[in-house]
Ligand binder design. Structure first.
Ligand code: PEP
Ligand code: MN
Length: 361
């Protein structure tokens, strides 16, 4: 038998299995020239595995650029030829899936605004039946792991074998440092529940700006993410969507050069050193829990006293006093106000719940 030439499917398979997996490309395909130039620049970095470009853009408000549409799909075929990279786009409806498959798009992704809606995810999943194409699923815009998992299950039920996850952060009201708060603990929880599923990070949509992109990307790699998807544009400032967060192919290459790629496995020697420190952590965690247990017992005694004397559980002055004390002490110990607030909120709520039980008994 003659050896067969590797097919595009083989290439996609090979890229899909590569770690770290790097996806880059413009937020949106705008013009044929922009797609070609960006693809060429990205290929020249020699560090990117898959080319991304949005063809249909779900925009929060009407009036902004909503994507070039089906007309842009032949540009991507051309970009694949020129760059040698498989191409990925976002799909949100059955028609978009059909068009994408018709134009041989190599990888599809489901966007954050679609993952929130089971009707839409099901429509996409139904259209995917019988297709042999990898699918990446972005986290929903709201911090709800069940929706993210539900989308994964719907796509898996449609027979898609290669499924990956993209962590792109979660939207919240009010301006924060991030466009979408990373809430790393949710990504970590997904990793814990689905250790064998690829999880890549999208620092572009988390940051919404260029200056902190590298920090977030590094943090993801520190947390053992499988790769990155980074919006890259030949002329970021004049991009038709997400201008503030896109970088040039040159900057992308620099970033990928700067990131310290970490591995999960370590040597026996390192493991022994880590093991020692982990023992200390376990020991301290045990002690902490003992102490918190004792604290709750005292809170229950207070609850009993409040019940007998008909006093409310919540005493705002006392709560303020606890927090103030904690901030001052925490500051000396190098504990951030954000952490102290979260920690004391949790402890305080547990005390209140216990006191409530006593009051109602
Ligand atoms: C995008 O990748 O350009 C996009 C629209 O992202 P998200 O779905 O994460 O908002
Ligand atoms: Mn974008």
């Amino acid at each position: 038998m003659q050896a067969t030439e590797p097919t595009t499917k083989d290439l996609v398979q090979q890229k899909w299995n590569k770690r770290p997996l790097i996806i880059a490309g413009p937020c949106s395909a705008e013009t044929e020239e922009q797609v070609m130039q960006t693809a060429t620049g990205i290929a020249q970095t020699g560090k990117v595995d898959i080319l991304r470009a949005g063809i249909w853009k779900p925009r929060t408000r009407p009036g902004s650029f909503e994507g070039i549409g089906t007309k842009g799909l032949p540009w991507l075929q051309q970009a694949r030829k020129v760059s040698g990279l498989p191409v990925a786009i976002e799909v949100a409806t059955a028609k978009q899936v059909e068009d994408a498959l018709h134009f041989d798009v190599d990888v599809l992704w489901i966007g954050a605004r679609t993952t929130v809606n089971p009707f839409s995810v099901q429509e996409v999943a139904d259209a995917l039946k019988g297709a042999d194409v990898p699918v990446l699923i972005k986290n929903p815009i709201n911090p709800d792991l069940e929706l993210w998992i539900g989308a994964m299950e719907r796509v898996a039920k449609a027979g898609i074998k290669q499924i990956g996850l993209i962590h792109r952060g979660f939207s919240s009201y009010g301006n924060t440092e991030y466009r979408n708060a990373p809430m790393w603990h949710l990504a970590i929880e997904m990793k814990r529940r689905f250790p064998d599923t690829m999880l890549i990070n999208d620092p572009s949509h988390i940051c919404g700006r260029r200056d902190i992109l590298l920090d977030v990307a590094q943090q993801a790699i520190n947390l053992d993410f499988d790769g990155l998807i980074i919006e890259t544009h030949i002329d970021p400032d004049n991009a038709w969507s997400d201008a503030k967060q896109q970088v040039t192919p040159e900057r992308l290459a620099q970033m990928l050069e700067t990131i310290i790629w970490r591995k999960e496995e370590t040597s026996e020697e390192l493991n022994a050193a880590l093991e020692k420190l982990r023992q200390q952590i376990n020991h301290l965690d045990d002690e902490l829990m003992q102490i918190i247990g004792q604290r709750m017992k005292i809170a229950e005694k207070i609850g009993q006293y409040k019940k007998e004397n008909n006093i409310t559980i919540l005493q705002t002055n006392r709560w303020n006093e606890i927090l103030e004390r904690a901030y001052q002490r925490g500051d000396k110990l190098g504990l951030s106000q954000e952490f102290i607030t979260k920690y004391f909120d949790a402890v305080h709520m547990e005390s209140i719940n216990r006191q409530n039980k006593i009051m109602n008994s």
